[in-house]
Design a binder for this molecule. Sequence first.
Ligand code: FAD
Length: 508
Amino acid sequence: MPPERISIWILGDQMMEDHPGLALASDELDRDAVRIVMLESRARTQKLPYHKKKQVLLFSAMRHYGAHLKQQGYQVDYRRVETFLLGLKAHVEQWQPDQLITMAAKDHNGRLFQGQLGEILDLPVIILPNSQFLVEQFDPYPDTKEDQDRVMEYFYRKMRTHFGVLMTESGEPLGGEWNYDKFNRQTLPKDIDIPDILGFPPDEITRQVMAEVENGVHGVGSVDGFNLAVTHEQAKLVFEDFLQNRLENFGPYEDAMTQRSAAIFHSMLSPYINLGLLDPLYLVQRVEEQYQQGLVPINSAEGFIRQVIGWREYIYWQYWRRLPEVMSGNSWDAHRSLPGFFWTGETAMHCLSHTFSQIRDTGYTHHIERLMLICNFSLLTGLDPFAVNDWFLSSFIDAYEWVMYPNVIGMGLNADSGRTATKPYISSANYIHKMSDYCSECHFDHQQRTGKRACPFNYLYWNFILQNEERLRSNPRSGRYVLGLRYLDEEERNRVMRQASLFIAELS
Ligand code: FAD
């Protein structure tokens, strides 16, 4: 009997070297009967004005991946189409497969679409489990009921134990502690050398995509200066460069912010991990090796490993567990639209101006700026969580729905009634001054709470606490925020509220 004709649809964020669909076409006979389908959808790209560098990254990586599969002897049907459905229909009409195989999408809408394909295409459709997350193989809390809260720390410990990462043979955490944050959260020394992130000059494929994107649909930023990795080999080189040049300092300066560098000692690997160009377990094991060989301290190795098999997996797990509520929370009842400086960077607040301009230019800023500058500001000024979420989705090179909702609606804006993070992450200028070098060049004074030159983060912070005193007090983790109110007399409280309300009114 001739082999069945099989089509394998590989999604653009599933470009793994070991995509489970490829195993089905591992020998030559199989390969003749198999078509790999890859689709660039115009409609999907136009859903939001996505950052132009993200568009280049995605399409260039897809075209390189398609070419790589062809070199390996696969037959690849690569199409640029109006919608995924039209692309799949055209492929099925031409190739007449007996079945379509695909791997489960990371996000809810993608999976809904995949679930309907069999009926629409009138074809058996096999959806393989997603293998881009460890939590798809091992769920630390399979019996958890919807209303039970599981904090990241214990989730992470279970992941480490199950996958044997940084563990002794007797099941204890290596080094004796689960967490080495006491060595981290340091401020950045002024004279510390910060290496550049490894970049790559665009090749012919990338230059072609850059021209198409620049002349194509609307998007944030520009394609100029694009130098991201677009193949597995390049992404691995970025990772190896991180191991050699930045991992050692990753832990201590994880929370620091500076105008001197966007990533500081962070890895800048999220765009590649999210596309499938890098495998999370491989990263974690290589980092563990570095520690075992005495090349990096435990606080940096553990700090990085916690980001990857702790936070990243936890966020994905929360996304699926909290649907649909994670997509609709607005528990601080915030409805203000975003000020224009989110796109232009034109504000006198230097920390925000620098960060927004950098995001416009690169599509990247590290975790603390996302959380303690942008989300902090958005929460204190009552910006609509969905508008903030969409802004993040369109502005970042690593942004996807599954990662965005729990991070923005959940962790950043605490709009999910505290299901992702147990307290709102808010701060005054004091924290920003302590952890960054922004304040020294700012028009505003980080020490003044009210008055013409007072940093807006100060009166906005105290105003938020005054407006929400009861609610904050009732949560043991945020209760300490209200303690400082005892230093504000009636007059100062009135000044704070007046100035905050004027500032907020002028925002839109
Ligand atoms: P590193 O600090 O070097 O960390 C290593 C890796 O850990 C990252 O590459 C990432 O894969 C993973 N990681 C760490 N924290 C998280 C987390 N909370 N969620 C998911 N993965 C995590 N991450 C994205 O991948 N895409 C996003 O669109 C995104 N948006 C965010 C929005 C907000 C408001 C916040 C608070 C966080 C967001 N994050 C997002 C998480 C985190 O900020 C980024 O993963 C990280 O900054 C990426 O830079 P890096 O690779 O240099 O990270």
